[in-house]
Design a binder for this molecule. Structure first.
Ligand SMILES: Cc1cc2nc3c(=O)[nH]c(=O)nc-3n(C[C@H](O)[C@H](O)[C@H](O)COP(=O)(O)OP(=O)(O)OC[C@H]3O[C@@H](n4cnc5c(N)ncnc54)[C@H](O)[C@@H]3O)c2cc1C
Length: 363
């Protein structure tokens, strides 16, 4: 009987669990733990509670996904066939440094009518019976096990629903052991977990390798208006602005025409507001109004992402899709690609799961 632990129920963790459980010599028991209340990690969704579009769901993290590789394309084709994903647009706007807005053609960007998180939940629902996926479980301490090579102490979290590092552990109320472990979290968070075992050279070596792949923060502003007052555009990249880097028209993305915009800040701007993200609402709204020449929104909220995207100059320095320490602890996610995206995270998790299944079988 072989066993694996997967930390993280974002798309890379669920892909890793799937690969572990469906490998040619599958791992018998796979435990997936996520500290959020729901799966999905940075493919996060929020239902608006107040404002004219209360009840509307918004993608708070990732905006869309693209497809490059046929393996991921097959997964996406299945989502499309079942209506879980839909083509959003091949044309995105760009606001250049002089303020002019132009339309550019690029790859098809796909969205999900029920929010991107629903796609991760769909993958999780299809996992074989030997995989147990649990939320509200914080992985607190990874160390050598008594019965199997690795042991993990885990417990509930006080607050937080997402991949944000703000979630605090209440304590530890379980210990599980496994032959192999997949850490499918941003490398900065994997490094924190690995550093809980400072006397284990395999884990500290892995922590150091993780720490070299830094993540940048981001603030997401969700703003509502009673009705739309801007020229239709799906998404808009903003070049050279100190405050805002990207704007998504969530009504266009969702396909329901809601007058809701989601603006992503620059990393530099976010760094100044990480302790008090709500204080960023005013300057974010001012920048959004300046860029699009629109009225004051009637309802706004700000979501802080402490680790949103890998710093682009530090990713993909090798061809490796994941990190693997001696003894069968690996790290997967979007930090291992020149294009740190949803597809890259899925490919990374799947590759690590496949490699760990072979190791578990050999052990
Ligand atoms: C604002 C924003 C915009 C983005 N836009 C796009 C986009 O348009 N297109 C695109 O392709 N990608 C985009 N991305 C990137 C995309 O979201 C990620 O590449 C992808 O979701 C990464 O998936 P993952 O599973 O590797 O990591 P995550 O989604 O971060 O999942 C990691 C999971 O690990 C859990 N976790 C962390 N620590 C612990 C612990 N100690 N114990 C238990 N669980 C833990 C977290 O709760 C989380 O659910 C964006 C990201 C953000 C934040």
């Amino acid at each position: 009987m072989t066993a694996a632990i997967v930390v993280g129920g974002g798309i890379s963790g669920i892909a890793a669990a799937g690969a572990l459980a469906t490998a040619p010599r599958p791992v018998d028991r796979v435990a997936v733990l996520d500290r959020g209340r729901r799966l999905g990690g940075r493919m996060a969704v929020r239902t608006l509670r107040t404002g004219p579009w209360a009840g509307h769901i918004v993608d708070l993290g990732a905006s869309y996904f693209t497809v490059g590789r046929p393996e991921f394309g097959a997964v996406v084709d299945d989502w499309l066939a079942r209506g879980l994903a839909r083509p959003w647009s091949e044309e995105f706007a760009v606001i250049s440094t002089d303020g002019t807005l132009s339309i550019h053609r690029g790859p098809m960007r796909f969205a999900a009518p029920n929010g991107l998180r629903s796609l991760v939940e769909d993958l999780a629902a299809a996992l074989p019976a030997g995989v147990a996926v649990r939320t509200d479980r914080n992985a607190a301490w990874l160390r050598r096990g008594a019965v199997r090579p690795w042991g993990l102490d885990a417990g509930p979290v006080t607050s937080g629903t997402s991949a944000d590092p703000g979630a605090a552990a209440v304590g530890v109320d379980e210990h599980i052991e496994a032959d192999v472990v997949a850490l499918c979290q941003p490398t900065s968070q994997a490094a924190d977990l690995l550093r809980e075992s400072p006397n284990d050279p395999d884990l500290t070596g892995l922590a150091d390798a993780c720490a070299r792949r830094r993540y940048e923060p981001l603030l997401a502003l969700v703003a509502q208006w009673p009705q739309r007052s801007w020229e239709p555009f799906p998404g808009c990249f903003v070049n050279g602005d100190a405050t805002i880097a990207f704007i998504a028209d969530d009504g266009s993305r969702r396909g329901d025409g809601a007058a809701v915009l989601v603006a992503h800040s620059t990393a530099e701007f976010a760094r100044g507001y990480l302790r008090e993200p709500n204080a960023a609402a005013e300057p974010l709204v001012a920048a959004l109004r300046r860029l699009l020449d629109i009225d004051e929104p009637v309802a706004v909220e700000v979501k802080r992402w402490g680790a949103a995207r890998p710093a682009t100059d530090e990713v993909g320095s090798s061809d490796a899709r994941f990190l693997l320490a001696p003894g069968g602890v690996g790290v997967a996610g979007d930090a291992f690609s020149q294009r740190p995206r949803i597809e890259a995270a899925w490919l990374s998790g799947r590759a690590l799961g496949t490699a760990l299944a072979a190791l578990a079988d050999a052990s």
